[in-house]
Design a binder for this molecule. Structure first.
Ligand SMILES: Cc1cc2nc3c(=O)[nH]c(=O)nc-3n(C[C@H](O)[C@H](O)[C@H](O)COP(=O)(O)O)c2cc1C
Length: 426
């Protein structure tokens, strides 16, 4: 999340398209938040959105009339759909329904909202919100990947409890998060009106275009017998967020993932493994790469032997668990002569002396950068949604960020890696 000054959107004109989802009521709060930051908001409601909120409520909060119909003669004569598509600095779609995302991704334009979205060259920010199963459906994920490729910015959805006692990603991002994302988008597209969607495709430099990025993520499972294993608390969220950010930055991404309970990032090739040895084999098979990021929490040890049958509890002393060391993926790949990726990044989960330990780890492993991950209670417990990281470089430089959502950490890391990679290959 970016921090915002109170009037950071002063003078900005925003066309707010509200889709027909249960979260449409939050769009009313979003109008207030955007206006508090100085934006002028012009609301546009889909027909379905009007089942949830009224054009009158939106107009009253925006202080502007609400647009609803494509074939409204009066409004077409006044501000037609093409003018709506041009007469703003950005378009925000909140909530973006699965249906509206599908219309946008396919260029299907049967109503005012989708026609405006097809006719515009303005920067577009969508805030999807829907049932978790709709969100995770391959069709929605395909549409999302298409929209990202087209240069559409996305905020959320957030994770949490949803209607019908379900839990998962699908909740509309909070209004302040949407406003923050809009500020970031407008800052990035320097003015919006000239750049944006179509023009943006040529002018927005995808910093990792043409690069192959290899990311490891998640825990490993080291089998004891057919039913038991040694594991750790890694959720894979940070590694997956880095992979998603690298794909959004234009890279071809191979994600080698241990067992996780989170969805695959869109637009990424995922190789699923269980143990450290399988992970190393998958990493070696995926090389060559321009950038290798070792975010997985690879088990340091594995049982010396894996029993073929389940170990029986026979009432006598518990069986001894003899451990042997696992291969060190980071040191192995960073220490390669031929075929070493030009940039090798490790992650270090630490609870004490985070930066000093990271510096020692760089020297020991031979990598270029370490993302030191504060997994103490204050930093953001392992497996959580947020992370406090320090980016430590071989030359001793350290960059520290406040506690951030793992998605934002992923985007910032990828931006830094892209800069380093560009510098090394210059
Ligand atoms: C009570 C109710 C709640 C709904 N909530 C959502 C939602 O949160 N997200 C979504 O994508 N669709 C939701 N839908 C389905 C959309 O309303 C439907 O797909 C509609 O065609 C969307 O139209 P629009 O994209 O033009 O706004 C809901 C439908 C109903 C009846």
């Amino acid at each position: 999340m970016t921090s915002s000054s109170p009037k950071a959107l002063a003078g900005r004109r925003v066309l707010l398209i509200v889709g027909g989802g249960i979260a449409a009521y939050k769009a009313l709060d979003l109008i207030r938040r955007l206006r508090e930051r100085g934006a002028q908001v012009r609301p546009l409601l889909t027909e379905s959105a009007q089942e949830f909120v009224t054009p009158l409520a939106a107009a009253a909060l925006a202080g502007e009339r609400t647009h609803t119909d494509l074939f409204d003669r009066e409004s077409e004569a006044d501000i037609g759909h093409i003018k709506l598509a041009r007469d703003a600095d950005a378009i925000v779609v909140a909530p973006a329904t699965a249906n509206l995302m599908a219309r946008m991704a396919t260029g299907h334009a049967p109503d005012l909202a989708s026609t405006v979205l097809l006719a515009t060259t303005l920067p577009i920010l969508i805030a999807p919100a829907m049932n978790v199963r709709m969100w995770l459906h391959p069709a929605t994920q395909r549409n999302l990947a298409t929209l990202k490729t087209d240069g559409v910015a996305v905020v959320g959805p957030n994770e949490g409890a949803m209607a019908e006692a379900e839990f998962g990603p699908g909740r509309l991002a909070e209004p302040h998060e949407i406003a923050d994302a809009l500020e970031a988008l407008l800052a990035q597209r320097s003015g919006g009106q000239v750049l944006g969607f179509l023009a943006g495709r040529e002018t927005l430099k995808k910093p990792l275009a043409g690069r192959h990025v290899l990311v490891t993520s998640g825990p490993t499972h080291e089998p004891i017998d057919p039913v038991r294993y040694l594991a750790n608390r890694s959720s894979g969220r940070q590694g997956h967020a880095v992979a998603a950010a690298a794909a959004a930055a234009g890279a071809r991404v191979t994600l080698v993932s241990g067992p996780v309970a989170i969805p695959d990032p869109a637009g990424v090739t995922v190789v699923r493994v269980e143990s450290a040895r399988e992970m190393l084999a998958a990493v070696e098979a995926a090389l060559p790469a321009d950038l290798a990021i070792f975010a997985a929490a690879v088990g340091d040890w594995r049982p010396a032997e894996t029993r073929a049958g389940k170990i029986k509890k026979d009432g006598s002393t518990p069986p001894p668990l003899q451990l042997v060391e696992n291969p060190d993926l980071l040191a192995t790949i960073a220490g390669r002569g031929e075929g070493r990726p030009p940039l090798v990044v490790g992650f270090a989960a630490e609870t004490d002396d985070v930066i000093a330990n990271a510096q020692r780890k760089i020297a020991r492993k031979g990598c270029d950068l370490i993302v030191a991950n504060d997994v103490s209670a204050a930093g953001g417990v392992m497996g959580g949604l947020e992370n406090t990281v320090h980016l430590v470089a071989r030359d001793g430089s350290v960059e520290t960020w406040p506690k951030l959502a793992k998605e934002e950490v992923g985007r910032r890391l990828v931006a830094r890696f892209a800069e380093r990679l560009a510098a090394t290959s210059r």
